[in-house]
Design a protein around this ligand. Structure first.
Ligand code: GUN
Length: 298
């Protein structure tokens, strides 16, 4: 779905997310007809402003769609044991089908241990080892992390052929880079995937061979026009706050791509904000509905 406004090659994440929500409303109606309201619990430890904003947005979207939403905001002093007890309580709660612990937690929390404590059937982030394994194995009953799922949906809506295409994923995180690569190389999607990162040699030249470039390295405007082949499709996963004394909030959001430099040569490109960001929440809602269907077997 390319935007007709302003630029013809802009991939409009808000428009695609709206389309996803229309599909989800139908699925939610179906779940409710079977007596099940999908429920999501979001846990936030501490008061990081960006995390608070994300958690609020997730809660708001649940309510808009008519999902059951529980938002638990815990103090930064919450102990590992207290957090584990909350997770275990939610694992046992039949009205909750999806559980998300907002990342990153405070430093004294062992995040990997918290993720392992989640019931994999409720791990709508797709971070639990069971779900990571299912992604590697191509088992569709697992949960795939929301950001890569959103990127894939954007690529599909853009109409770019992925089978056999050279896709470069810039970044190797467990939240985006690794699952993105696994998803794209799945049978049926069939992309040829290269994962590049900060230690990759000749990074601009490598990226410039890509038909599709996905940037998820968390460095503001890192990708210049040297990294992009003319006619490539470019997906920007980065959401970076940079100081902007002239703006009301004192900062503005930029992606990992130097948008002004890259947009004129790309066949299609996601903006920041309004690209990948709105898709991530829509995929979280989709995963929650899937969890509800699988747990209630309808
Ligand atoms: N922090 C940034 N992105 C995410 C995400 O997708 N899930 C969780 N739990 N935390 C995040």
């Amino acid at each position: 779905m390319l935007s007709s406004a302003r630029m013809t090659n802009l991939i409009d994440g808000r428009a695609v997310a709206t389309k996803v929500y229309a599909e989800l409303r139908e699925q939610i109606g179906n779940s409710k007809a079977h007596g099940a309201t999908p429920g999501l619990a979001v846990l936030l430890v501490g008061d990081d402003p960006a995390s608070r904003a994300y958690v609020r947005a997730k809660d708001k979207m649940c309510r808009e769609l008519g999902l059951y939403s529980v938002k638990l905001e815990l103090p930064a002093t919450t102990t590992q044991r207290e957090l584990l007890a909350r997770v275990e309580e939610l694992n046992r709660d039949d009205s909750i089908h999806g559980i998300l612990v907002q990342s990153p937690p405070p430093k004294h929390i062992d995040e990997a241990a918290i993720v392992r404590a989640l019931d994999p059937a409720k791990d709508v982030d797709g971070f639990h080892p069971v779900n990571v394994a299912k992604l590697v194995l191509g088992d569709g009953s697992g949960f795939v992390p929301c950001t890569p799922l959103g990127c894939l949906r954007l690529l599909r809506e853009t109409g770019v052929g992925l089978a056999g295409a050279n896709v470069v994923v810039l970044g190797r995180s467990m939240i985006v880079g690794k699952p993105m690569a696994l998803l794209l190389m799945r049978k049926g999607i069939d992309a040829t995937v290269t994962v590049a990162h900060s230690r990759t040699k000749n990074l601009p030249q490598l990226c410039a061979r890509a038909d599709v470039l996905i940037a998820a390295i968390g460095q503001p405007q890192f990708v210049s026009s040297d990294f992009v082949r003319e006619g490539a499709v470019v997906i920007d996963v980065g959401i970076n706050r940079v100081d902007d004394p002239g703006s009301e909030r004192g900062y503005r959001l930029v992606g990992d791509i130097d948008f002004e430099a890259v947009a004129p040569i790309a066949r299609a490109i996601t903006p920041v904000p309004g690209g990948v960001g709105p898709m991530t929440i829509s995929m979280l809602m989709a995963n929650t509905i899937k969890a509800c269907r699988q747990l209630t077997r309808h």
